[in-house]
Design a binder for this molecule. Structure first.
Ligand code: MOS
Length: 760
């Protein structure tokens, strides 16, 4: 009877393809005005003067807001922000508060007008003069001034620094190379947009394209000095995020504009602004060295990353997987972080692992080739079943199965160790593989389930569907908890006034909200059971709760299904129009990003449940396989087929899960072959400005992608057994492709993306 796991199509799919799903920019309000921001044209300096006379004369202009006349926001105060749950501001820069410019494209003013076109026209009439300072615009140039951060998100950032040199010098076999990855932008289909509506002076509603309604609400409440419950954030549909849809300055700016204008205001970012104002993945130089003994056992692994940041502490953590994969007695993982006057780097799909697995997994391939060992066998020789740093067992781990099953499905056995052995016409054909991995996080969450007298069920939680399938999979879980069909279940998410849930990030939505959804469904069923067994008019009267089974909208005596009572009849006899239950599930403290306000009722303290990071290490694993065809005359690479085998715990919906992995692999093909944001070395501004020059894969670039799941539930993460799946699909992909290019051509390309110029 289980709905969970079935490959059912998205319950919101019809709304999406028929244009009925409402995205943030579509929440038009009566009397709404439009905002268009003005961006800095220098990388660093101060605004000397702003002349708004010409802009104000433009038709329809309502207000021109800059640091000279903007509302004062609460200043930055990290401890206070942490306490208020408002710490994850995309960049630590409350907008329009002073005249300092930190990067090209920074929002320095906003024009509010009756129409979008009027606001946009007037914005370009603003006369801004600057005092220009010398800017840091190039990573290589700035590396000598870089710093070694002590911590990364609560973890030690410099691990065993300096300790790898001696064992590397002593290792009989070693490889030591530098790999580079470029700056990349998320570019979700839906650009960021916000509609801000004030009700009086202290109640704010934001229709905002965000990955976390609770997070956005908390941050807005903090900076405007409002009570959290007085800021409501609504985002029923979000057209992709990939880490870029935290809270960025435009959301605060449009709320400021709406307050100043005394009207609802909409601000929708242009595709160009998506290159400067909502974060990006920073470029890296990664130095990876491996040493093995003569038998090919790793004795030492060193992974050093050079990267940069700007207005937050975040930097690209590309050493992460090098603390998780393989058995090696010593691993040194370190970072140098320079400062660049460039839009602020942030989380982007598998932050760390995406560039990090490129470097580590290419180095593993280089070592296997040097040892003349098959790359899969080399990995199996060095496989670890324990977290190499903490020594804990992995909660559930089938990586070797991923390698073996992947090799079988892909046809790995027909690969030759030596490059340049396979041809198809003028193309050189190569096979490559790599390991995929991503942490299995989980946070506290609350879910409410309600049934009405018609038997329709509503599921409510302040989670988000960023295109992943949250609506659908939640309905499946509650269908199973109650024994009602999926089509009787309505899912309400994307509203901060609903029971709290974590942001849709870090691949933890499914792992976090499903234990709560299941628990809420079970609580509701228990209430229905209590009603029927205590009702003298029920055929189940006097039975014990544990005797009662459930299916198809009714309760029955297990083993004697003729003795049954429908949910409709139970509610009707009890004269109840509706019945509801809310549940909070709380992983053992220390796991994931906890949501302190997640409780259904603040007085209750639910027991901590699973996800004990003191006992287990929670990670997902996978194996990626690529076949490439290379045209040596032109240096072009085509990925001709791809196999991805994933060990991500229980699969909640075969179809949406597969779709996540396919999306991740395509994103990885983009990273491998074409994606890069280029910056002008004189002025520091991005010169890739649209999807015409920031290349992403098109249909012709995407081969058939074979996805297979191990599907074994993780017994330790939660009673549900599912780990997240949103990010692991991209990891290892660019390495598998680069390794296949070596197998095809004998050339090692260590600088992404693998554009034709790299061959010559
Ligand atoms: Mo993800 S980069 O945590 O949206």
């Amino acid at each position: 009877m289980s709905e969970t796991g079935k490959p059912i199509s998205r319950i919101d799919g019809r709304m999406k393809v028929s244009g009925k799903a409402t995205y943030s920019a579509e929440f038009n309000q009566p009397n709404m005005a439009y905002a268009f921001p003005v961006r800095a044209t220098i990388a660093k300096g101060t605004i000397a003067s702003i002349d708004d006379a010409a802009a104000k004369k433009e038709p329809g202009v309502i207000a021109v807001i800059s640091y000279k006349n903007a509302l004062k926001l609460k200043p930055l105060d990290m401890p206070a922000q942490m306490k208020a749950g408002a710490a994850f501001l995309g960049e630590n820069l409350p907008p329009l508060q002073d005249n300092v410019v930190h990067y090209p494209g920074q929002f320095i003013a906003v024009v509010v007008a009756e129409t979008y076109e009027q606001a946009r026209t007037a914005a370009y009439k603003l006369q801004v003069r600057y005092t220009v300072e010398k800017a840091a615009v190039d990573l290589k140039t700035e590396l000598p001034n870089s710093k070694k951060p002590k911590m990364f998100m609560g973890e030690e950032a410099q691990v065993h620094e300096g300790e790898a040199a001696a064992p590397l010098a002593a290792a009989p076999q070693k490889v030591d190379h530098t790999y580079s990855t470029p700056a990349e932008h998320h570019h979700p289909m839906e650009p960021h947009a916000t509609v801000a509506v004030w009700e009086g002076a202290d109640k704010l509603t934001l229709y905002d394209a965000t990955q976390g309604v609770g997070l956005t609400g908390a941050i807005a409440a903090y900076f405007f000095g409002l009570k959290k419950e007085d800021v409501r954030v609504i985002a029923p549909f979000v057209g992709g995020g990939f880490g870029s849809k935290g809270l960025w300055l435009h959301t605060l700016i449009v709320a400021m504009a709406a307050k100043t204008a005394g009207r609802p205001v909409k601000l929708a970012l242009t595709r160009q602004m998506m290159q400067t104002n909502v974060g990006h993945r920073a470029a890296t130089f990664q130095h990876v060295a491996l040493g093995t003994d003569a038998a090919g056992k790793l004795s030492v692994l060193r992974h050093h990353t050079d990267t940069y940041n700007n207005l937050t502490q975040f930097f690209e953590p590309s050493g992460k997987q090098s603390l998780v994969l393989y058995k090696a007695p010593l691993r040194e993982v370190t970072y140098n972080v320079a400062h660049l006057d460039r839009g602020t780097p942030t989380f982007m799909r598998a932050p760390g692992e995406t560039p990090g697995t490129f470097a580590l997994e290419c180095a593993m391939d280089e070592m296997a080739y040097q040892l003349k060992v098959d790359p899969i066998e080399f990995r199996i020789t060095n496989h670890t079943t324990k977290d190499p740093m903490k020594g804990h067992d992995f909660s559930s781990e089938f990586l070797v199965d991923c390698y073996r099953i992947g090799a079988e499905r892909f046809g790995w056995s027909s690969r030759s160790m030596e490059p340049r052995q396979k041809r198809n016409g003028k193309y050189l054909v190569g096979y490559g593989m790599a390991t995929a991995t991503y942490p299995g996080g989980r946070s506290a969450a609350s879910v409410k389930v309600m049934m009405n007298s018609k038997g329709d069920v509503t599921v409510m939680t302040a989670s988000i569907d960023i295109g992943t399938g949250t609506y659908t999979v939640l309905a499946q879980t509650v269908a199973d908890a109650l024994g009602v069909p999926v089509d009787r279940i309505e899912v309400k998410i994307g509203d901060s006034s609903l029971p709290a849930a974590p942001l849709a990030g870090g691949s933890q939505t499914t792992a976090s909200i499903h234990p709560a959804a299941m628990e809420a469904g079970v609580l509701l069923r228990k209430e229905l059971i209590a009603l029927t067994i205590n009702d003298p008019d029920s055929k189940l009267n006097g039975r014990k709760p544990e005797e009662i089974g459930y299916a198809s909208g009714k309760l029955f005596v297990t083993g004697d299904e003729k003795k049954s009572d429908t949910y409709l009849n139970i509610l009707s006899r009890a004269k109840r129009n509706e019945i509801e239950a809310c549940a909070t599930t709380l992983p053992v403290s220390g796991a994931g990003l906890t949501v302190p306000s997640a409780l259904c009722t603040p007085s209750q303290t639910p027991p901590e449940q699973n996800s004990d990071t003191k006992q287990y290490a929670f990670h997902s694993f996978g194996a990626q396989f690529a076949e490439v065809w290379v045209d040596e005359d032109f240096g072009t690479i085509r990925v001709k087929r791809f196999t991805s085998v994933q060990d991500v715990g229980r699969i909640m919906n075969e179809k949406t899960a597969r779709s996540q992995i396919i999306g991740g692999v395509i994103f990885g093909i983009g990273a491998a072959l074409m994606e890069a944001t280029e910056y002008d070395k004189r002025w520091g501004n991005p010169v890739t400005r649209t999807l015409a020059d920031y290349h992403v894969p098109v249909h012709l670039d995407v081969p058939p992608i074979d996805v297979h799941f191990i599907g074994k539930p993780d017994p330790h993460i939660s009673p549900i057994g599912a780990r997240g799946i949103g990010e692991i699909g991209i990891t290892g992909v660019s390495a598998a492709i680069a390794n296949a290019v070596f197998n095809a051509t004998g050339k090692r390309l260590r600088d992404l993306p693998l554009t034709p110029d790299k061959f010559f």
